[in-house]
Design a protein around this ligand. Structure first.
Ligand SMILES: *Cc1c(COP(=O)(O)O)cnc(C)c1O
Length: 459
């Protein structure tokens, strides 16, 4: 794949200055942070690739919307605007605002899982898994085997393994399964897309056994763009129609608006069933706030109503996915290994292959993330053994299937020059890969340690 650049379909009206530290200063900052990128102050970071969640740049129309936001407790005009946008885009009759994706899960999943034992998904995102478990059920992942092979091309590595899904239903009993969840794009598999054909097959199986199908919809627009590129049936189809084709198969959805809806905070729940919607409203009032604001301020709701539509603009999506493909193309040209083909929101660099001399228990993906900060002030994060942590029973370090250093790209924030800085930094690091050392943990909390642990370089 040659690195082809798709020019930005916008110009810049407001800029946010960045501090440019020297290498010496960066060495001091990362040491003071205990070699944990989560402990760095964001102002000491030049290019922040920690996440694409809530880090989006809003448009001038959205900022104008912020001023028009209606802060009334009940019946605010912004509420009606977001209802209209969401119903139009997703084609679901009932839509509820909440403050972010996990709030949607907290409201909806216990209702679907009441008296049930399992949820099955192409892959559960961490917070989704947590809410399935909090509801007293077990979360089972059922992604196609192609997802686990980082080097071989496959159009839809996010897909559900439908024959295996049906086998699970037989083995576990349909009556024990509360929900089947389709995550689009499949975040945990590297932002990999799911085909509409696969959603249809999954829906047919779910409904044959009377199990509701829920879409975890954080990246509904990026998924639709991949469908347009790769699924022949949709080659000439507008993005908006592809979104409808996907959602038509589902009974309900949860969504983090912090991704494809191009805002900084927000979430949504949608459903078709009136009785279910009544339960969703009641739980929203208890946990989030009255139904017409759902834990959000009116100005953020207004920005969301606009962002939902901007997210499905094809020129924007061509540029957005184009950024990922440009960066991936430059890495491929330079012989840097990554999860291929690249997904919709991040490049996952294969640190196991780039730093083969560092064993999993010395955290190669974390070592690479630290090296990126040293080299160019870039903040990426470890998705590997460092993040996975210790076995809760034996206390021993677990070995992750992959050692990925994730470069998540915020929407509409960085330019081609920034992408070149990232690629050049990785190429420089590759030149001296052999000299890079692993790390040991010197301080760690018992759970979710990667956020706060302190590390030290090994010599
Ligand atoms: C981000 C995300 C969530 C959780 O959303 P928050 O807004 O971070 O609470 C759930 N599912 C997927 C697929 C996500 O990417």
């Amino acid at each position: 794949m040659k690195p082809i650049y798709i020019p930005e379909p916008f110009r810049i009206k407001s800029v946010e200055p960045l501090k440019m530290l020297t290498r010496q200063e960066r060495e001091e900052k990362i040491a003071a942070a205990g070699y944990n990128v989560f402990s760095l102050a964001s102002e000491d970071v030049y290019i922040d690739l920690l996440t694409d969640s809530g880090t989006n740049a809003m448009s001038s129309a959205q900022w104008a919307g912020v001023m028009l936001g209606d802060e009334s407790y009940a019946g605010a005009s912004s509420y009606y605007h977001v209802q209209e946008s969401a119903q139009q885009i997703f084609g679901m009759p009932y839509v509820q605002l909440v403050h972010q994706g996990r709030a949607a899960e907290k409201v909806l999943l216990p209702v679907l899982l009441q008296g049930k034992k399992y949820a099955i998904s192409n892959m559960h995102f961490d917070t989704t898994r947590a809410h399935v478990e909090l509801a007293g059920a077990r979360a089972i992942d059922c992604v196609v085997p192609e997802a686990l092979d980082t080097t071989t091309y496959f159009d839809f590595k996010g897909n559900m393994d439908v024959p295996r899904l049906e086998q699970y239903i037989h083995d576990l009993g349909a009556e024990n399964i509360g929900v089947i969840i389709m995550t689009v794009t499949n975040n945990s598999a590297g932002g990999q897309p799911v085909s509409v054909a696969n959603i249809r097959e999954t829906s047919a199986v779910a409904h044959k056994y009377g199990i509701p199908l829920m879409i975890d919809a954080a990246r509904y627009a990026e998924n639709s763009y991949f469908v347009k590129q790769r699924e022949t049936e949709f080659k000439n189809c507008p993005i908006a129609d592809i979104v409808k084709a996907m959602f038509q198969e589902a009974d309900c959805f949860t969504m983090s608006s912090k991704k494809d809806a191009i805002v900084n905070m927000g979430g949504l729940i949608g459903c078709r069933d009136k009785a279910l919607f009544e339960l969703i409203k009641q739980r929203t009032i208890s946990f989030e706030g009255f139904v017409t604001y759902g834990g959000m301020s009116g100005r953020d709701i207004e920005a969301l109503a606009i962002g939902l539509k901007e997210g499905v603009d094809e020129n924007y999506l061509r540029y957005r996915i184009g950024q990922m493909e440009y960066l991936a193309g430059r890495l491929e040209e330079g012989g840097i290994p990554f999860q291929s083909p690249v997904g919709g929101h991040a490049v996952f660099v294969d640190a196991k292959k780039l730093l083969p001399h560092i064993p999993y228990y010395q955290f190669p993906a974390q070592a690479l993330a630290i090296e990126l900060y040293r080299e160019a002030g870039i903040r990426a994060c470890d998705i590997g053994s460092y993040m996975l942590g210790n076995d809760p029973d034996t206390g021993k370090q677990l070995e992750a299937e992959f050692e990925f250093t994730r470069l998540a790209i915020p929407r509409r924030v960085y330019t081609q020059s920034h992408l070149d800085v990232i690629a050049d930094a990785l190429l420089n690091i590759k030149e001296r890969a052999k000299e890079i050392k692993g790390y040991k943990i010197v301080e760690e909390p018992p759970i979710l340690r990667h956020f706060t642990a302190k590390l030290a370089p090994l010599d």
